[in-house]
Design a protein around this ligand. Structure first.
Ligand SMILES: Cc1cc2nc3c(=O)[nH]c(=O)nc-3n(C[C@H](O)[C@H](O)[C@H](O)COP(=O)(O)OP(=O)(O)OC[C@H]3O[C@@H](n4cnc5c(N)ncnc54)[C@H](O)[C@@H]3O)c2cc1C
Ligand SMILES: NC(=O)c1ccc[n+]([C@@H]2O[C@H](COP(=O)([O-])OP(=O)(O)OC[C@H]3O[C@@H](n4cnc5c(N)ncnc54)[C@H](OP(=O)(O)O)[C@@H]3O)[C@@H](O)[C@H]2O)c1
Length: 307
């Protein structure tokens, strides 16, 4: 009998590893996107917007038969106050991890390395009036966390989230999350109903017709987004930004933000904007400008630790 993919890279039994957690819920959004929740270890503390390493056990070594964990970086999509951990994931059909991770079901175990890190945190920004979250694809995940964090609304007068995807279906996780934030009585109480009036959602698509068509970078250059939202272009005096998308997007947004006069910050040196990669495209490392790649990926100080 042909083994199923999940037979060779299996969810782990909860007792097999100290870092194993249990899957509590799985939702498939498209044939390329799904989200899931796992139990949260009591000792895990994180700041909304950070990422952790999660994964499954790898194939047995042909020589020794031993299995090693196969881990990937994942933004925690749930806010820091939540009693479970949520993740929003791509399904890469030939991806080592996600070709199998996409088959997890409630009750399965997955590995969580409980060491959260990341640059998309409030601490990395100086105080400001407006906060802009710019995402493409699964880069929405850290903002799903920050958008459910009361601190986001306490710190800023306006909270703007932009999300650019190729197709309308790829916006659905974010669209439903925004709808839940606006409509959920518990979240309204937690975040403050008056605070939620600050939330502005600006989804765009590039390859399928929708209300806002085009790359967000183009809509910033031609000022469409500012006209649509009734806001002026970003200024270092009032605006702060967090960016999470593919490499080219991160680089383009950085150029735009610096053109507006914003400077890049870090945990150790808060400034006006921060950037993090939604994924690493390893082909870029060998084909392009490596220094810019690592910078845009936010891995300047983590290069030796990169997977
Ligand atoms: C800091 C950080 C945070 C991340 N957070 C998330 C997250 O919240 N959700 C998530 O799905 N992924 C996230 N990733 C990417 C994730 O680590 C894996 O790359 C992804 O799970 C695919 O793993 P894989 O082993 O199946 O394929 P890999 O071998 O890791 O990737 C194969 C190829 O698939 C493409 N790819 C990988 N990830 C994505 C993606 N997210 N969107 C579109 N194309 C992709 C790239 O071209 C990549 O070269 C993050 C990466 C980093 C560095
Ligand atoms: N999404 C799919 O249906 C699909 C299907 C099969 C395979 N893939 C592969 O999966 C990988 C990831 O695809 P993805 O769609 O998740 O992510 P992606 O290629 O990063 O695109 C996500 C969104 O970001 C936009 N974008 C890309 N570069 C940008 C830039 N420099 N500035 C502003 N916006 C930018 C894209 O617009 P544009 O459309 O203008 O590029 C798209 O709307 C790609 O390698 C792709 O070939 C995707």
């Amino acid at each position: 009998m042909t083994p199923r993919l999940t037979d060779t890279l299996t969810p782990v039994k909860k007792s097999a590893l100290p870092d194993a957690q249990t899957v509590t819920d799985v939702k498939h959004w498209t044939d390329r996107l799904f989200s899931f929740r796992i139990t949260r270890p009591a000792a895990l503390r994180f700041r909304s917007g950070e990422f952790v390493m999660i994964g499954l056990m790898g194939d047995p070594d042909p020589g020794t038969g031993k299995q090693k964990p196969l881990l990937r970086a994942y933004s925690i999509a749930s806010p820091s106050w939540h009693d479970e951990l949520e993740f929003y994931s791509i399904k890469v059909q030939d991806g080592l991890l996600t070709s199998r991770l996409q088959h997890i079901r409630p009750g399965d175990g997955i590995i969580l390395r409980p060491k959260p890190v990341g640059t998309l945190v409030h601490d990395a920004l100086l105080p400001g009036k407006n906060i802009w979250f710019f995402a493409t694809g699964t880069g929405f995940a850290p903002f799903a966390s920050l958008l459910r964090d009361p601190q986001t609304y306490e710190n800023y007068d306006e909270v703007i989230i932009t999300h650019t995807c190729r197709e309308v279906g790829e916006l659905e996780y974010g669209r439903q999350l925004i709808e839940d934030i606006r409509g959920d009585a518990m979240l309204n109480e937690l975040l403050g109903t008056e605070h939620l009036a600050k939330l502005k959602y600006y989804p765009t698509t590039t390859r399928e017709e929708s209300a806002n068509m085009g790359r967000i970078t183009d809509l910033m250059r031609d000022k469409t987004i500012f006209e649509d939202l009734g806001m002026p272009p970003l200024s270092p005096d009032t605006d702060r930004a967090m960016v999470c998308g593919n490499l080219a997007f991160n680089l383009d947004i950085k150029d735009l933000l610096e053109g507006y006069g914003l400077e890049e910050g870090a945990n150790s040196n808060p400034k006006q904007y921060v950037v993090e990669k939604a994924f690493l495209d390893w082909r870029c490392v060998y084909s392009g400008d490596e220094t810019r790649f690592w910078e845009s990926a936010g891995l300047r100080h983590q290069r030796d630790k990169a997977p």
